[in-house]
Design a binder for this molecule. Structure first.
Ligand code: SF4
Length: 346
């Protein structure tokens, strides 16, 4: 179980039932009332390394726009309307190469407790886009990425948000809800009450990495075996499963690592039944990388001599291409159709 030394609570949501529920789960934490969470989160000169060993939680109210159109660099899997939701900031897992380390100078986790406002906005967006499309062009639905700026499943025992999204997906067949994770959650715990299965428009996107990459760089996340077991169960329960081989991380023996990983994936899952797969090597905004290198001074994953192209840092083009092509070939040999494999490059 995770622990927090302090829980900072915005005064405005101090009496919110979810605030109380979350606070009660950490009786050892000191509770501190604040006017706005940004008073703590947005402070200058924060030390993420120190904060890692002294974790605190912030409970806040999300305001303004709650759902955002996806940036052009996001993999949208061919969706017409791609949006993302940020119901939390930062993560309980600790991947050395996580972009959040470059994005936020504060390492504390933020949970926005007014989750129902987010659901309401998603509902209204679905309604608006379907009305606008009318019979003219036909409505193909929304693709909503909900595990953004965090790993939602890692927190589900604290927030219950994944279960609420599962229910939302069941009630909104034209909204495809994607929950991306590096965990190995017990999917049966997400079944909406009275339901035996999950709906197909609920997508579990598992980041799949070789075990040596997990051991070296994806601290506190689930093992490859646990991720695959969870993915197999999600498929058994009727949910769609996406496999994200992204980011691929370079290691000297990367070919052996990724070959062995594909063998394990092929043994654990019926690959012809997955929704699709994405392949991409590590890449990040050059500005974020600068900050991440300060937070992870000893990490081979972020200290690699990257090449910068168009404001993004990544492996040299030839290496990037050979890693992705190698993996794509292995995935096809293992039984994933070429048309289901999406490549993410920058
Ligand atoms: S699981 Fe995702 S959000 Fe969490 S630390 Fe790793 S990369 Fe970051």
């Amino acid at each position: 179980m995770f622990y927090f030394e302090n829980i900072y609570v915005e005064k405005e949501i101090a009496d919110h039932p979810r605030t109380k529920e979350i606070v009660d789960k950490f009786p050892g934490a000191k509770n501190i009332l604040v006017d706005r969470y940004m008073d703590v989160f947005g402070r200058a000169r924060q030390n993420r390394l120190w904060q890692k060993n002294h974790p605190s939680l912030l409970l806040a109210k999300a305001s303004g726009q709650l759902i955002y159109p996806g940036a052009p660099v996001c993999q949208d899997f061919g969706s017409q309307h791609f949006y993302y939701v940020s119901s939390m900031k930062n993560c309980l897992y600790d991947c050395e190469y996580c972009y959040l380390k470059g994005m936020y100078s504060c390492g504390y986790v933020v949970i926005f407790v007014n989750f129902e406002d987010i659901l309401e906005e998603a509902h209204r967006l679905d309604l608006r886009l379907s009305t606008e499309a009318g019979e003219k062009e036909g409505y193909q639905g929304i693709y909503l990425s909900v595990s953004f700026d965090t790993d939602l499943m890692a927190f589900d025992s604290i927030t219950g948000y994944a279960r609420l999204w599962a229910k939302f997906a069941a009630d909104h067949p034209m909204v495809t809800v994607e929950i991306r994770t590096k965990g190995g959650p017990d999917i049966s715990a997400l079944l909406p009450e009275g339901e035996e299965g999950l709906v197909e428009n609920l997508v579990f996107a598992y980041t799949i990495s070789p075990q040596p990459v997990i051991d070296s760089f994806e601290h506190r996340t689930a093992s490859l075996k646990a991720r695959l077991t969870s993915a197999a169960k999600a498929m058994d329960h009727g949910a769609s499963v996406r496999l994200c081989f992204d980011p691929m991380i370079y290691q000297r023996d990367w070919k052996d690592c990724y070959t062995h990983m594909v063998e394990q994936v092929g043994k654990a899952l019926s690959l012809e039944k997955i929704r699709d797969a994405s392949v991409g090597t590590f890449r990040i905004s050059a500005d974020y990388l600068k900050r991440m290198r300060g937070v992870e001074p000893d990490s081979a994953a972020v200290q690699f001599p990257f090449e910068t192209r168009g404001g993004y840092a990544g492996y040299p083009r030839a290496l990037e291409d050979s890693m992705m092509t190698f993996l794509e070939e292995k995935l096809k040999e293992a039984g994933i159709e070429a048309k289901k494999i999406y490549r993410s490059e920058f």
